[in-house]
Design a protein around this ligand. Sequence first.
Ligand code: HEC
Ligand code: HEC
Ligand code: HEC
Ligand code: HEC
Ligand code: HEC
Ligand code: HEC
Ligand code: HEC
Ligand code: HEC
Length: 440
Amino acid sequence: MNGYGLARFFLVGLGLLALAACGERPIDVESLKKEPKKYVGSDTCKLCHLEHYDSWKMTLHSRGLQDAQKNRDVIVAPLDEKVIRADLAKATLKIPVEQVYIPKEEDIKYTMGGQWKQHFLVEKAGKLYIAPIQYNVDSHRWVPYDEGDPDWDKKPWNISCGGCHATGVNIEKNTFVEPGVGCEACHGPGSWHAALPKTAVFEKRQTIINPTKLTMGVAMQICGSCHTRGESTKVKGAAWPVGYQPGKAIGPFFKETTFAAGDVKMVYANEFAKGHHQQYLDWKQSAHYKEGVTCTSCHFVHTIGMPPTRSQTVQAGSKQCLTCHEIINKNLAHSIHSFGNCIGCHMPRIAKSAESGDIHSHVFVCLLPKDSLANPAIPNSCDGCHVFRGEGLEYLQAAWDALVKLPVPVGQPVKMAIPETEAPKEAPKKAEAAKKSPKK
Ligand code: HEC
Ligand code: HEC
Ligand code: HEC
Ligand code: HEC
Ligand code: HEC
Ligand code: HEC
Ligand code: HEC
Ligand code: HEC
C-alpha cells in the first residue's frame, strides 16, 4: 500500500467509525435542519436501499445521461464518419454536409438516451454542448440534430436539457450532482435523510419526499416536471422547470406548451402530443386524470425483484388496461376486431422521439378516421394498421358508421350484477307455468 492508499484506508476507517458512532448519538434533528438540504447522489441512497437501487438501475431513468469517459460502451453505435456523412447527406441541413461537426469517440463526454435515439455531449471551455448528430436506434439511421446547426456550440446543454436528464443541476455554477434521473429527482435532496441513523425511522420518514404521501396533484407534478414540454419562467431560454423541487407545485416555475399558444411543431391541433416527453400534458386532458388514474397506476418506477416489463408498465400490453376495465362490451368499436388491442386504438403511436410514430399518445382517446378527414394534420388510431390493408379513411369511417348504427349484438355475454329486488318479473311466472305444465 502506498502513502495515498494508506491515507485513504485511514479515512474510510474514520468514516465507518463516525457512522457507527452516529448510531449511538441521540439524534439532533433540529441542528441538522439548520443546514440547507443538499443532493447526495443515488450511490448514498444505495447504502440503505439496495433493492430500490438495483431496480432503478434497470430503468431508463438511471441512463438519462451517461459518462462516456468512464465507460466508452455507453455509445451504442460506432461513430464512423463516412457512414454518418452518407446518412446526413440525405437530410435537410443548414450547411454543406462536409461542414457538419462530427465528434470523435474520445471527445464524447456524455451520451443521452439509447432506447429510441442517442445524442452526444462534448465539452468546450468547461461547458457541455450537444453535437449536431443523432443516432436512431431501431432504424439504424444517423440524422442531423437541429439540421446540423453550425451554432451548436453556442447553446449550453444545461440550459436546454439539464434538469430533465441530470439531478441537482445548477446553471449558474455550471454543475450537476449526478448524471441521469437519480433518486433525488423524485424524492428531493436527501442530505438530512441520509445523515440520520437507520434506527431513526420516524425522523427518516419526515425528512424525505415519498410521492405516495403527497396529494395526487403535487405527486404527479414530479413526473410532470420532466414528462412535459415548455419553458422556464425563471431562466430565459431554459426548457425545464429551473428551481422546481419534488413536493412543490410546478406552476410558478414552468409555462407549458400548447397548440393554442402557437406551438404547432410539438402539439397537434387537438392538443394531443406530437413531440416526445409530453405524457403529462396528454394525461392531464384524459378521463384518467379526472378519475385519479395516475402515471404510477400504470407505471412502476422501481420494484422489488425482477420487473414485470422493460417499459416500466405494471402489466404487459393491453392486459394493463384489462386489470381495471374488466368488462369491455363487444359492441361498436369493440365488436369490429377479433383481438383486443386496447393500446392500438386508445394509445396510438402518434408522437415522435427518433422516428415518427414511436411514442404512444397518453390522452387514451381513440381518434377516428373522421378526425383526420376533417383536418389532415390530425392523425387517427386506425390507418397505422389499416394502411397495410389498402383501406382509405373514407372506407374506414363508412365501415365504422355502419357498425355504430347496428344494434348491440344479441347473445353477447354482458356481465351485470342484477340486484335481488329487481329480478325480472316473468321469472317466477315461468317457473310456476313450468310446474303446472304436464311433463312430456
Ligand atoms: C442510513 C440509511 C439510509 C440512507 C443512506 C437512506 N435512507 Fe431512505 N430510509 C431509511 C430508513 C431506515 C427509512 C425508514 C424505513 C421505514 O419507513 O420503515 C427510509 C425511508 C425512506 C423513504 C420512505 C419515506 C416514507 O415516508 O415512507 C424514502 C422515499 C427514502 N427512504 C428514500 C431515500 C433516498 C432517496 C435516499 C438517498 C438520498 C435515502 N433514502 C437514503 C434509511 C436510509
Ligand atoms: C422517477 C421517480 C423516482 C425515482 C428516480 C426513484 N423513486 Fe423511489 N419512489 C417513487 C415513487 C413514485 C414512490 C411511491 C411508491 C411507488 O409508486 O412505487 C417511491 C417510493 C420509494 C420508497 C418508499 C418505499 C416503497 O417502495 O414504496 C423508497 C424507499 C424509495 N422510493 C427509494 C428510492 C431510491 C433509493 C431511489 C434511487 C435508487 C429511488 N427511489 C428512485 C419515485 C421515484
Ligand atoms: C428528472 C426528470 C424525470 C422525472 C422527475 C421523471 N422522469 Fe421518467 N424519464 C425521464 C427521462 C430523461 C427518461 C428517458 C431516459 C432515457 O431513455 O435515457 C424517462 C423515462 C421514463 C419512462 C420510459 C420507460 C421505458 O422503458 O420506456 C417511464 C415509463 C417514465 N419515465 C415514467 C416516469 C414516472 C411515472 C415518473 C414520476 C414518478 C417519472 N418518470 C419522473 C425523466 C424523468
Ligand atoms: C422537460 C424535460 C426534458 C427536456 C428539457 C429534455 N428532455 Fe430529453 N427526454 C425527456 C424525457 C422525459 C424523455 C423520455 C420520454 C420520451 O421520450 O417520451 C426524454 C428522452 C430523450 C432522449 C431519448 C432517450 C432514449 O433512450 O432513446 C434523448 C436522446 C433526449 N431526451 C435528449 C435530449 C436533449 C439533447 C435535450 C436538450 C436539447 C433534451 N432531451 C431535453 C425529458 C426532457
Ligand atoms: C392507463 C395507463 C397509463 C397511464 C395512466 C400512463 N401510462 Fe405511460 N404508458 C402506458 C403504456 C401501456 C405504455 C406503452 C408501453 C409499451 O410500449 O409497452 C406507456 C408508455 C410510456 C412511456 C414510454 C414512451 C412510449 O410511448 O412508449 C413513457 C415515458 C410514459 N408512458 C410515461 C408516462 C407518464 C409520465 C405518465 C403520467 C403523466 C403516464 N405514462 C401515464 C400506460 C400508461
Ligand atoms: C388503475 C385502473 C385503470 C387502468 C389500469 C386503466 N384505466 Fe381506463 N379508466 C379508469 C377509470 C377509473 C376511468 C374513468 C371512469 C370510467 O369512465 O370508467 C377510466 C376511463 C377510461 C376511458 C374512457 C375515456 C373517456 O373519455 O370517457 C378509456 C377510453 C380508458 N379508460 C381506456 C384505458 C386504456 C386503453 C387503458 C390501458 C392502457 C386503461 N384505460 C387503463 C381506470 C383505469
Ligand atoms: C378499434 C379500436 C378500439 C379498440 C381495439 C378498443 N377500443 Fe375502446 N373505444 C374505441 C372507441 C372509438 C370508443 C369510443 C370513445 C372514444 O372515442 O374513445 C371506445 C370507448 C372505450 C371506453 C369508454 C367507455 C365505453 O365503453 O364506451 C373504454 C373504457 C374503452 N374503450 C376501453 C377499451 C379497452 C380496455 C380495450 C381493450 C380490451 C379497448 N377499449 C379496445 C375504440 C377501440
Ligand atoms: C392494431 C392494428 C389495428 C388497429 C389499431 C385498427 N385495426 Fe381495424 N382491423 C385490423 C385487422 C388486423 C383487421 C382484420 C382482422 C380482425 O378483424 O381481427 C381489422 C378489421 C377491421 C374492420 C372489419 C372490416 C374490414 O375492413 O376488414 C373494420 C371496419 C376496422 N378494422 C376498422 C377500424 C377502425 C375504424 C379503426 C380505428 C378506430 C381500426 N380498425 C383500428 C387491425 C387494426
